[in-house]
Design a binder for this molecule. Sequence first.
Ligand SMILES: [Zn+2]
Length: 162
Amino acid sequence: MKDQRFFCDEMLQRLGRWLRAAGYDTLIASAGADDRELVAQACAESRWLLTRDRHMAEFRNGGGCVVLLAQNTLPGVVAEVSERFAIDWSVKPFSRCLECNTPVIPATEAQRSLLPEGALRLSEQAWYCPHCDKLYWEGSHVRRMRHTLENFACGVWVVAED
Ligand SMILES: [Zn+2]
């Protein structure tokens, strides 16, 4: 995995979730967050702050960590970020919690027993986020997301679902 870490501003939440789905360490700004604080945090944590906000990109204290994206659509920004950072969409999919970015761990047998009836017939795999106390499994939603990541990895910027 490339050592790239990201911070998506509030306008780029969906991009942020796809970067997380691919396994990239990605924070997403909460609504109404202060722009200067975002820039400061991104720089302090060696993250690329991705934004479409020209004002944010113009901060003098950006320290070179603010990246202004030009595209306006989700497929557009996915393509733009892919090219700019040589993103590998297939490198470590579903290794982070989509909600909070924490690395997930394999679910225990006890946790797997909590899955909805039928879920385990679909899947051998289940993961757990210790921060959110959330379980993920290889259900239809994850399979559709996996398919989209495979498209991205091939340079096909089609989002089936997110
Ligand atoms: Zn989580």
